[in-house]
Design a protein around this ligand. Structure first.
Ligand code: SAH
Length: 273
């Protein structure tokens, strides 16, 4: 689909592509906070937490454009066009995405539309789900004794028709973080095991990481599909596969209730800053 520019009009505004982090409102950067506070319009994804949306000024226009697995609320072309239209007609346009906009966030595609339309933009990085989950689940992604590297991959692609090259990810000294993989847990398990990764490799699935509803489901690669089909597992959820998961019990620190206790006591974010 071609982007429609508004003929004869000069762009009135600027677009900020902003990462909102994985959930915990305090994981927002100060820059993202400042930009949100001066937003005229915010186009946000389903993954952006309510606590973060509560920071947007009351009179700003808020447009939900997010996608959830299987449920498309707006096609990517429509989002690109909407961003361009808002860029021409409003001053401070914020495109707010969960985590980091350049990690499985289609931020690059959206910026390409802005470039095509001649709009000004800036990018504000966010804490990606892998970092937030790793910290709050007590699982370092690298560790000199366990993993010398880490790969972030998506488990969402059409694995049946366009198979992954699992050999590239079967190295036991490498941690694998899989975004959007829950529905494909069975294929991921057999793909990795056929490529030689042991059935006893430790794995963790962490749901709603960094929020008061965070849950960890820990087991082995051989159990990955069983862990993923636990009815108590809520989306979004991330998989961490590798020896580093062995540290999860020793390094666990996060108490999901501590923050909600603060909230219940009426301590607002602004008071905490
Ligand atoms: N741009 C985002 C990722 C978008 S893809 C980022 O940088 O984090 C969406 C996937 O991210 C989800 O399917 C899930 O695998 C993961 N994810 C996002 N937030 C999460 C959270 N709070 N807890 C666990 N997984 C999360």
């Amino acid at each position: 689909m071609d982007i429609v520019k508004l003929p004869g009009q000069r762009a009135g505004g600027k677009v900020w592509l902003v990462g909102a982090g994985p959930g915990d409102v305090e994981l927002l950067t100060l820059k993202a906070y400042r930009i949100l506070k001066s937003a005229d319009v915010v186009l946000y994804d389903a993954l952006v937490s309510d606590d973060i949306m509560a920071l947007v000024p009351q009179d700003a226009e808020k447009i939900a454009v997010g996608k959830r697995a299987g449920k498309h609320s707006a096609a990517q072309d429509e989002i690109n066009q909407l961003l361009v239209t808002k860029g021409f007609t409003r001053k401070n346009v914020v495109r707010l995405k969960g985590g980091d906009p350049f990690i499985f966030g289609r931020g690059g595609e959206e910026l390409q539309s802005l470039v095509e339309a001649g709009l000004e933009f800036e990018v504000v990085p966010g804490i990606t789900a892998a970092s937030g989950t790793s910290a709050y689940a007590g699982i370092p992604l690298t560790h000199r004794d366990y993993a010398q590297g880490v790969s972030f991959i998506t488990g969402h692609c059409q694995l049946e028709t366009r198979p992954m090259d699992w050999n590239a990810y079967a190295n036991p000294n490498n941690t694998l973080v899989i975004y959007m993989g829950i529905l494909n847990a069975g294929l991921i398990k057999t793909g990795l095991m056929d490529a030689g990764r042991g059935a006893d490799t430790p794995v963790a699935i962490v749901s709603k990481a960094t929020t008061a509803d965070q849950r960890r489901f820990i087991g082995t690669l051989g159990e990955l599909d069983a862990l993923a089909s636990n009815p108590e597992l809520k989306m979004p959820a991330l998989m961490i596969i590798g020896e580093v998961v062995e540290l999860a019990d020793t390094l666990h620190w996060f108490n999901p209730n501590a923050d909600s206790e603060l909230m219940e006591m009426g301590v607002e974010l602004e008071d905490r800053l």
